[in-house]
Each structure stands twice: as structure tokens, then as C-alpha cells.
Write a protein that binds this ligand. Structure first.
Ligand SMILES: NC(=O)c1ccc[n+]([C@@H]2O[C@H](COP(=O)([O-])OP(=O)(O)OC[C@H]3O[C@@H](n4cnc5c(N)ncnc54)[C@H](O)[C@@H]3O)[C@@H](O)[C@H]2O)c1
Length: 348
């Protein structure tokens, strides 16, 4: 496992050639899910000593599945000089990287993200994790891969819905740190297509720049949590009820509400909030919850890992597209007001 030095993702045309020097003289274990086994593995000609296939979906991002991975690594006599190759979306990169980062105190791993969301966000930045008791990413490590290979042809087998999910994080990158990227996005009629490589590179660059400045999230990296305080609370609320919602959809709803909070608290102009809300409503399915759920979702925000004090909920405060402040503090009442407003505006 590499020390805490962020790794720059590389855009790769020939994945087999890129893997060759990394896998030479090593036992290589491929981790993928049933979908990436079907759609992504056929694009590779590399042979792996072992392949471990898990079920797809957020419900697999657990300690139990990590244990399943560790048991296979032991059965295959894997040691900490071997290599785990994670081929998949954010679930595979979070889970695989976490499992590798603690196996025998850390074995090397390579991330090959296959969803737009994982290419632009999940695989970049060295955060690994699994969910526990329906709390998102509560158990995890900071650990960097040997390499992150971005191979855009993987995006060809994603459906429209999966692409929209990735656009949520691209939008976040524009809103927090790149006004020109936000303008490009807002000029796009619908966010349901494969982005140009240049736009994808621009989005990844926002993340790598912020991570390089603050790898351990002590300061500026907290910006990347925009939309995630409420987004993660919504995901946890749904998981508690046995359903999972797509991460990007939850983050989009979170960005809607956190922009409203920034507006209500006097940081973000009304015109900006309305433009952001309209863009999100045009592209993302609304996430509905019961009026009775509002208090529980707001309470879940208290469990957010970013909170420093128990009476205030930490959120990223958007000032205008391209500029945001870390360590904004919102009261439970303000969060409840945003949830009420979101529900009111999206009621059928
Ligand atoms: N570590 C981080 O910094 C970070 C950042 C953002 C998100 N995340 C995490 O990422 C996860 C969400 O990632 P995701 O949206 O990629 O989810 P995912 O991994 O569940 O992938 C979504 C679906 O697409 C399928 N799939 C993957 N690649 C495919 C392809 N090329 N063709 C067809 N189907 C394919 C998967 O099997 C799955 O069914 C969440 O758990 C979230 O918490 C982590």
C-alpha cells in the first residue's frame, strides 16, 4: 500500500499494456461485480490468477462482504506483495480499496473505475469505506492505489440513469470550485450522455487539485462534501427502510437542499439557488420521503462524520457557483426547513 500521496488518475487507451508492468511477477486478484464481469472484463485481455465476483449494489458495501474478500485472499494464499485489481463502480472501488488497505496491514491495489461516478469521484482521492448500521462509509481508511486507470469506453455500457448519477458529482465539482465547468454544465440541455473527455478531465482535475491540497480532509477537502450531508442522510434513511437509492440521486437532492440553506442563511443569491434547483430538477428524479421522515432524516445529519459540535450540523456553504466555504454550521431547524421545502416543491 502506498503512503498518503494522492495518485493522479491516468487516461488509458490500452489497459492491458498499462497493467503489464504492474502485474509482472505478482499474484493478481481481480475483484469485480456481476455487471462489470459481463460488461467490462471482456474489454481486457489480461489474465488474472484469481477472479472474485460479488453481487452488484450498495447493499454489498459491508464488513461482511469485506470479510468474504479477505477469506478468499487467505484461501488463495495472497500476501501483501500481491495485487488486488478493482474493476467496477464506486462500490467496488470503496470496498476493494478498503479490503486491500487493511489486509495484512495493507496490500497494493489498482483501481479501474467503470462508472462515470467512479471515474470522476469515487476512485479518486484515497478514501475507502464500507457502510455500517446503514451509516454511509462509517468504517474506512485513507489509502492510495498503485494506479487509477480511466478507460472511457467502459462508459458505453452504462444506461442513461447511471450516466446521470455521475453527472451529479461533475456538477458538484463545478459548483464548489470551477465556475466555468458549472457554466458548461448549465448550458447542456440534459445530463444523460457520456461527457467529452475534456469535460471529464476538468471534473477529475477539481477533485485531484483539492485532494492534493488536503489529502486527509482537515481543511479544504471538506468542500467535496457539498450536497453530501443531506445526501448521505437520505441514503441512510432509505437503507434503514431496506431500500437503496443511487448515490448521485441522493447527492443531487442534497445539493438542492444545501443550496437552499446557503440562500436562506444569506450566503447564496436567490437567482443562483433558483438556477441550480432548476438544473437539478430538470435532470434528477426527485427523492421522496414522508413528512414524518423529515425529522429522522434531519437527525441522521447529526451522525455526519464531519460534525465537530453536536448542536450544529456541518455543511458546505455555497456562495456562488464556483465558490464555497467549508465548515458552515446549520441548526436542526434550518435542515428541517430545507427538507420541508424540498418535499413541498417536489410533491406530485
Ligand atoms: N470514496 C469516495 O471518495 C467516493 C466518492 C463518491 C462516491 N463514492 C461511493 O461510490 C458508490 C457509488 O458508485 P457507483 O454509482 O459507481 O455505484 P456502483 O458501483 O453500484 O455501480 C452502479 C451500477 O453500475 C454497474 N456497472 C458498473 N460499471 C458498469 C459498466 N461499465 N457497464 C454497465 N454496468 C456497470 C454496477 O454493477 C452497478 O450495478 C457509493 O457507495 C458511494 O458512497 C465514494
Amino acid at each position: 500500500m502506498k503512503p498518503l500521496k494522492p495518485v493522479e488518475p491516468e487516461f488509458i487507451e490500452d489497459l492491458d499494456a498499462a497493467l503489464r508492468p504492474l502485474i509482472a511477477h505478482k499474484k493478481c486478484i481481480l475483484l469485480c461485480d456481476e455487471h462489470t464481469l459481463e460488461h467490462c472484463l471482456p474489454l481486457l485481455n489480461t489474465t488474472f490468477q484469481h477472479t472474485l465476483v460479488i453481487k452488484p449494489g450498495e447493499a454489498e458495501k459491508t464488513l461482511a462482504v469485506a470479510e468474504h474478500i479477505w477469506k478468499h485472499l487467505i484461501a488463495w494464499n495472497t500476501n501483501r506483495h500481491d495485487l488486488l485489481i478493482c474493476l467496477g463502480g464506486g462500490v467496488i472501488s470503496d470496498l476493494g480499496a478498503f479490503s486491500a488497505s487493511v489486509y495484512q496491514r495493507g496490500m497494493p491495489f489498482v483501481l479501474i473505475p467503470t462508472t462515470l461516478l467512479a471515474m470522476t469521484d469515487a476512485a479518486v482521492g484515497g478514501k475507502t469505506g464500507v457502510n455500517l448500521l446503514h451509516k454511509k462509509n462509517y468504517i474506512g481508511t485513507f489509502a492510495h492505489p498503485e494506479a487509477i486507470f480511466i478507460h472511457p469506453p467502459f462508459l458505453n455500457t452504462l444506461d442513461r440513469h447511471a450516466l446521470i448519477e455521475g453527472w451529479a458529482e461533475i456538477l458538484k465539482h463545478g459548483l464548489i470550485a470551477d465556475a466555468a465547468l458549472y457554466r458548461l454544465i448549465s448550458e447542456t440541455a440534459l445530463l444523460n450522455h457520456i461527457p467529452d473527455v475534456s469535460l471529464l478531465q476538468r471534473s477529475i482535475a477539481v477533485k485531484t487539485r483539492i485532494v492534493a491540497e488536503d489529502p486527509l480532509e482537515e481543511n479544504r477537502r471538506k468542500l467535496l462534501n457539498f450536497g453530501h450531508t443531506l445526501g448521505h442522510a437520505l441514503e441512510s434513511w432509505y437503507l434503514d427502510r431496506g431500500k437503496s437509492v443511487a448515490h448521485g440521486t441522493a447527492v443531487a437532492a442534497g445539493m438542492w437542499m444545501e443550496s437552499l440553506i446557503a440562500n436562506r442563511m444569506g450566503f447564496l443569491g436567490r437567482n443562483h439557488f433558483e438556477a441550480i434547483a432548476a438544473l437539478i430538477d430538470r435532470n434528477f428524479e426527485p427523492l421522496m420521503f414522508s413528512a414524518e421522515g423529515i425529522y429522522s432524516i434531519a437527525e441522521l445529519c447529526r451522525y455526519d462524520k464531519k460534525n465537530m459540535q453536536h448542536d450544529a450540523i456541518n455543511i458546505v456553504m455555497l456562495r456562488e457557483p464556483g465558490h464555497a466555504d467549508i465548515d458552515g454550521a446549520a441548526s436542526l431547524e434550518v435542515i428541517i426547513d430545507a427538507l420541508n421545502n424540498y418535499l413541498e416543491c417536489h410533491r406530485m
